[in-house]
Design a protein around this ligand. Sequence first.
Ligand SMILES: Cc1cc2nc3c(=O)[nH]c(=O)nc-3n(C[C@H](O)[C@H](O)[C@H](O)COP(=O)(O)OP(=O)(O)OC[C@H]3O[C@@H](n4cnc5c(N)ncnc54)[C@H](O)[C@@H]3O)c2cc1C
Length: 477
Amino acid sequence: MYDVAIIGGGVIGCSIARELSRYQVRTVVLEKYAEVGFGTTKTNSGIIHAGHHSSPDTLKGQLVVRGNTLFDQLCSELNFGFARIGELVVAQGEEDIPVLEHLKKQGENKGVPGLEMWDQKRLQREEPNLSHKLVAALHAPSAGVINPYEFAFALIENAVDNGVELKVDSPVLKIDVVKDGFVFHTPHEQIASRFALNCGGIFADKIAQMVGLNDFTINPRKGEEYMLDKRLMGLVRRLIFPVPKPTTKGILIIPTFNGTIMVGPTAEDTDDRYDVTTSYDGAKQVFDFVSNICPSITERETITEFAGLRAVSNTNDFIMGPTNIKGFINVAGIQSPGLTSAPAIAEYVCYILKGEGLVLKPKGNFKHHVPGPPRFGTLGIEEQQKLIKENPLFAKIVCRCELVTEAEIHNAIDHGARTLDGIKFRSRAGMGRCQGGFCTTRCMDILAKRLGLSFHEITKRGGDSWIVTEMGKVKNR
Ligand SMILES: Cc1cc2nc3c(=O)[nH]c(=O)nc-3n(C[C@H](O)[C@H](O)[C@H](O)COP(=O)(O)OP(=O)(O)OC[C@H]3O[C@@H](n4cnc5c(N)ncnc54)[C@H](O)[C@@H]3O)c2cc1C
């Protein structure tokens, strides 16, 4: 019997797991995919928002600023990729300036630090590659970029180090409400717990329905993102936002933590909870828009593209709290800025659990740190040579585009990678210009040997996403 079962190992489930692991609480995370973070958590813009975009009347508007402030401490403890590069909301005409002023006031009232209006001259000096037609901007220095998958991996690794149990490939298919809690049915086993936290992302309404709750719906909103060639690195130094629309913050220019520029996302409502395809229309929308703001960006620079699904609830806000079913707590409707708010959501959920009767007695021996990946390609020559002396596998380059070594592939597997995407998102092998053309078979070879699998058992992201089939047919879905 666990105290708490967390359904869903996205950034929200992993943040809560880590927060709960500070206490003497028996926690289990049930995740349907082969690894954590493989839902919306790995398909977003990777922005730690400053917090001035969302209204203080909403739960998301209240938690985002607190979430933002927690990232420096978290990054120093968990060593994921994160940098506060700042953000500019740009005005394309004089009519946009009152919107910037409103955002500034809204942010200041919420405690967002350092908000400043920049005139055209300052904007051109600071970001010379943006269109000279832009008339002004609102600067928010506390906004940042993050590798969201690294964040989720580090959170769960630390939670597991502190006693949380993680069960991957464990979709919850059915939930029995019993006298002292719940019994969760997965394909492999039945698990009992006193409390249930519904962190199921775009499936959270379906999970609530398993205990008979029908009081909210999740309506997926798809966002397509386009990753550009690294030779554009440095084209813009800050996150570039247009003035926001009611349903979206708009199409953005995002200098990612690793220097690659990404553009997007679109915002299209969809009924299909599995549709993460990109489209001609999406690309056109993104590049038509972005080229007005930064004329040197063209579609020809695209090296890869992906889409993610926002879990938009019928209230258009986070839905968090106890329900009519005692012990069943929703952490649902976590659309943007859910990634930013995740650490604050975790604190808030612990507060809710305490209110519902869970005793949170701190552990004396809580471990705060995980080491983070080696990142050979970012080191100076002397540091690289030192690593090679310690471990000659640092001298073997597996991914040429991102300069990822064999030692880093082993490190990714040591820290939980079980699929090609698990390796890619932990080490960056396959993330560069050739998109795995060179390193995929090398990664498969190492993964097969380390896990004692044959080539045709290796998957891209678990399930039936095999790269090759036994008959030699290429599948790569
Ligand atoms: C295009 C896009 C851009 C975004 N950009 C940003 C941004 O820049 N900044 C920001 O703050 N936010 C952003 N967001 C929002 C952010 O990505 C989400 O708020 C966040 O990832 C939500 O995390 P989650 O854990 O709730 O969901 P998920 O990551 O989807 O996790 C839910 C998990 O539940 C699991 N699950 C579902 N059903 C079951 C079941 N029956 N049994 C077991 N497991 C189950 C799923 O497999 C999944 O892993 C963006 C979202 C999108 C789509």
